[in-house]
Design a protein around this ligand. Structure first.
Ligand code: NAP
Length: 394
């Protein structure tokens, strides 16, 4: 008999944890449980659909799914099909890789108006998450306010700014791609409450905004005097200095040179949202759509001796996908140490009927085939029942 570990959440931190566990204890039996019938969490639903290079990490995870002692248990929801208590009692260790999937709130008047979207909900729609079908009405949207100065804000602005041609190699859901292409978007404002040196954009992502076919990036004059703080440790200082360099280049560009202008605005705190505009500390700004990109919160998971949080559930919503590798491997090591002097629990297999790796392969094959017909990486199935039917071979 060997130890059994449940990983709740089949996103990148869950898969990296499985990888770490199998490297240290190849004899373990691991179940990766997810409420969706599809694995890969944030990579499938949160990474921008035009960043296929980032999404390619799933090839590593797919190889793990082929391991005999690792089971994928999709369409299994804790709370509906199993309780946390059952999982905690039945498995020797539980890794909570539940991520953070709830948009943080600005806490200002007007935030609940229908033209205000959180970035999780917005990007999940573009990415075909079956719980987030239907996006905002873009038919009259000329001006967009993207609140936040992180990489998610860049993703949202870029996805709205790109031409349809630039999106052909993406896996954006066709309905969302068509809605963006048909929208009369002319201005996208990326709004930071602090200055250019405080923005958390990474260098390549910010520079990408300067290479778009139908959009010109411009920045407000405050970047011309911005400097990376001298007290920063070196890599951070370098990132900030490069960002400021890029933004200074943008400040020299002319708004309106291309059909869409992406404006980087700093030192502007949103204070209220009204239909058609957002009130900033610097004045009112026209905005037919507001997308808040200000971070996420998560569902709580129980604390118990054998429960180990990982990824965003452990450290909050920060870090790129590769950041999770080292983090999850460290947690896997903790789990291995924890199991060392303990006898494996005995007891029945508690997993209910679920979508296994074979079922996911059927979905994958159907999506890739649908994409191939259009020269795209995949066309996602967005309907719960369709996902379940295909996974079950119907
Ligand atoms: P982030 O980098 O933490 O950015 C959040 C932004 O929201 C910050 O600029 C923050 O400003 C702002 N904010 C928070 N509360 C606010 C408020 N009440 N009013 C106005 N602004 C507010 O997080 P993120 O963009 O959500 O990204 C999450 C993680 O995923 C990051 O580590 C990111 O690098 C990563 N990611 C990576 C990629 C990629 O590599 N391509 C793509 C997407 C995401 P303050 O700084 O002033 O708090």
């Amino acid at each position: 008999m060997t130890h059994r570990v449940a990983i709740v959440g089949a996103g990148p931190s869950g898969f990296y944890a499985a990888d770490g566990l199998l490297r240290g204890r190849p004899d373990l039996r691991i179940d990766i449980i997810d409420r969706l019938p599809t694995p890969f969490g944030l990579v499938r639903a949160g990474v921008a659909p035009d960043h296929q290079g980032t999404k390619a990490v799933v090839r590593q995870f797919d190889r793990l799914l082929a391991q005999p002692d690792l089971r994928f248990a999709g369409n299994v929801e804790i709370g509906r099909d199993l309780t946390w208590d059952e999982v905690i009692q039945s498995y020797d260790a539980v890794i909570a890789a539940t991520g953070m999937v709830v948009d943080r709130k600005l806490g200002i008047p007007g935030e609940d108006l229908p033209h205000v979207w959180g970035s999780w909900r917005f990007v999940a729609w573009l990415n075909g998450h079956p719980d987030f079908r239907g996006g905002p009405d873009l038919s009259g949207v000329k001006s967009v306010a993207v609140i936040g100065n992180g990489n998610v804000a860049l993703d949202v602005a870029r996805l709205l700014a790109k031409s349809q041609d630039e999106m052909t190699k993406s896996d954006i859901v066709p309905e969302a791609g068509a809605a963006i292409a048909a929208a009369p978007i002319a201005d996208i404002h990326v709004i930071g409450r602090r200055g250019a040196a405080e923005a958390s954009f990474t260098t390549n992502e910010l520079a990408e905004m300067g290479r778009l076919a139908r959009a010109v990036a411009v920045a407000d004059a405050s970047v011309l005097i911005a400097e990376a703080p001298a007290a920063d440790p070196t890599p951070e200082r370098l990132r900030k200095a490069k960002n400021i360099e890029t933004l200074k280049r943008y400040a020299a560009q002319t708004p309106g040179e291309k059909p869409v202008t992406v404006h980087f605005r700093f030192h502007a705190t949103p204070t209220a949202i009204r239909p058609g505009e957002v009130e900033l500390s610097t004045g009112a700004l026209a905005a037919d759509l507001v997308v808040t990109c200000i971070g996420y919160t998560g569902e709580p998971f129980p604390q118990a001796e054998n429960v180990f949080p990982v990824g965003w559930a452990r450290r909050g919503p920060s870090g790129t996908i590769p950041t999770n590798r080292a983090d999850s491997h460290a947690v896997a090591k903790e789990v291995i140490d924890f199991l060392e002097d303990r006898d494996p629990k005995s007891g029945p297999d508690i997993l209910p009927l679920c979508i296994d790796a074979e079922g996911w392969r059927r979905i994958d094959k159907a999506e890739v085939a649908a994409g191939a017909a259009q020269g795209r990486p995949r066309v996602k199935l967005v309907d719960w029942q369709a996902l379940l039917d295909i996974a079950q071979g119907d």
